[in-house]
Design a protein around this ligand. Structure first.
Ligand code: ZN
Ligand code: ZN
Length: 442
């Protein structure tokens, strides 16, 4: 028996949770927040009651066998260890809508993720960027590596996305093969990795696909003849190299700090222009964790000597620190990475800045109320800005192309406001589940 239960994140973007249940085990993926608009950070979560509060909010799911005894009892659920089947999670990547709930699980629940994701997850914990707490029982899996729990075999299959460590999964049971794309794209540094995912999952009985890029307008999927987008990670590097050479003042970038490979490559790219990357401590730690040889400075606005703040794992020890005064004294020497939350630094930095580039950092899009606030602020500061965001999701043609290659017997599109638009002549049948629906694989 293999049953797939679809809990959430089906006709929306974020919070996809699916359970694959067999005779002896249940595999859940992913575990991020759904309907994030029910979270208002102006309302405090109650310390120690986060899991309970999130379930009550409908942001996490009420599922047996995954929460701590006290939480489970309060929610009228079975706690971890109280179900007769082995329960485990697999997590596709480190975006909050896929992993934000991990800190709410019972600490003993086995959570499998790619080795790169595990490395980033730990660095995020060290740098204070995790919700609630760092989950203790993380089990890293290499790309193409497999593991078995009960009668479920899972293989971690890498994809290219705008966060390091992203993967999809191939889940095998007695009844068949299920593949889950996670989030992926073809305009990153490694389109060949996303292409290889499709090859490795060829002939899957059931394919679960994301569909973010078909969310916002009409798409006639079957008539698409090829990719249309022109900009990609490589052209962005080129653009930044040119800006590094042509701009005279400081360049400030607002990027997404978990897209570590982009920063790694930018560091190399701007060297020839005589510029050095100055990274905020969180971003610096993530780059150092993966690319220890990279040369960059750590930006701490008020630092006098060495004061990184939080660096318990020593990611930043020995790195050169620059403060605001130093950057402002020699603005043409630096490209400064700055998170949205530190934007008021711009009141000072704008005096020496010649370009501000918003490249996939927060606020992510105009659906975020902060978006208009942010651009009004840039206007009032009077800084010259450009938007170079690329996003992390495959354009519609590639969403279809991947289905065409895999040729699944059953296709389940989700993680989209309009999943029904994902069509392919090579999918046997398409199912659009509602929350709570079960598909039995025969
Ligand atoms: Zn996503
Ligand atoms: Zn994602």
């Amino acid at each position: 028996m293999t049953k797939l239960r679809f809990y959430s994140g089906l006709k929306e973007i974020g919070g996809t949770v699916v359970g694959v249940e067999t005779e002896s085990a249940i595999c859940y993926f992913d575990f991020g927040f759904t309907v994030a608009d029910r979270i208002d950070h102006k309302v405090n979560l109650r310390k120690g009651h986060e899991a309970y509060d999130y379930v009550k909010l409908g942001v996490l799911n009420a599922i047996d066998g995954i929460y701590e005894p006290e939480t489970a009892k309060a929610l009228d659920l079975k706690a971890y260890g109280e179900t007769d089947k082995e329960v485990f999670f697999i997590i596709s990547h480190m975006h909050i809508d896929h992993m934000g709930g991990l800190g709410c699980l019972d600490q003993k629940v086995p959570v499998y993720m790619s080795s790169d994701s595990a490395k980033l997850y730990h660095a995020m914990g060290v740098m204070g960027e995790l919700e609630v707490r760092e989950h203790e029982n993380i089990i890293p899996v290499d790309y193409d590596g497999s593991f078995t729990v009960g009668d479920i075999k899972v293989t971690c299959v890498q994809v290219d996305h705008d966060v390091i460590g992203a993967c999809g999964f191939l889940i095998e049971t007695k009844e068949g093969r299920i593949c889950y794309t996670g989030d992926y794209r073809y305009h990153g540094f490694h389109p060949e990795i996303s292409a290889a995912f499709a090859e490795k999952c060829k002939g899957a009985d059931l394919m679960i696909s994301e569909g973010v890029t078909i969310s916002f307008g009409d798409v006639d999927m079957l008539s698409l003849e090829g990719p249309v987008r022109e900009r990609n990670e490589w052209t962005l590097l080129e653009d930044m190299k040119n800006a590094a050479e042509e701009e005279e003042g400081l360049i400030i970038i607002n990027n997404y700090n978990r897209n570590v490979e982009r920063i790694h490559r930018l560091i190399g790219e701007i060297k020839a222009a005589g510029r050095v990357m100055a990274l905020e401590p969180e971003q610096a730690a993530y780059v150092a964790a993966f690319y220890p040889e990279d040369e960059f400075c750590v930006y701490v606005p008020e630092a006098k000597e060495s004061a990184y703040g939080n660096d318990a794992a020593g990611y930043l020890s020995g790195r050169k620190i620059v403060n605001r005064t130093e950057v402002m004294a020699d603005p043409g020497k630096y490209i400064l990475q700055q998170d949205y939350k530190n934007s008021y630094e711009l009141f000072d930095l704008a005096k020496v800045a010649s370009l501000y580039v918003h490249m996939d950092g927060a606020p992510l899009g105009d659906y975020d109320p902060s978006f208009a606030v942010f651009y009004n602020m840039l206007d009032s500061i009077g800084i010259r800005y450009e938007r170079w965001g690329l996003g992390g999701h495959a354009e519609p043609y590639y969403l279809r192309h991947t289905v065409d290659v895999i040729e699944p017997r059953i296709l389940v599109p989700l993680h989209s406001f309009r999943p029904e638009q994902l069509l392919s002549e090579h999918a046997g049948k398409i199912i659009l589940p509602e929350a709570g629906d079960v598909i039995e694989l025969k």
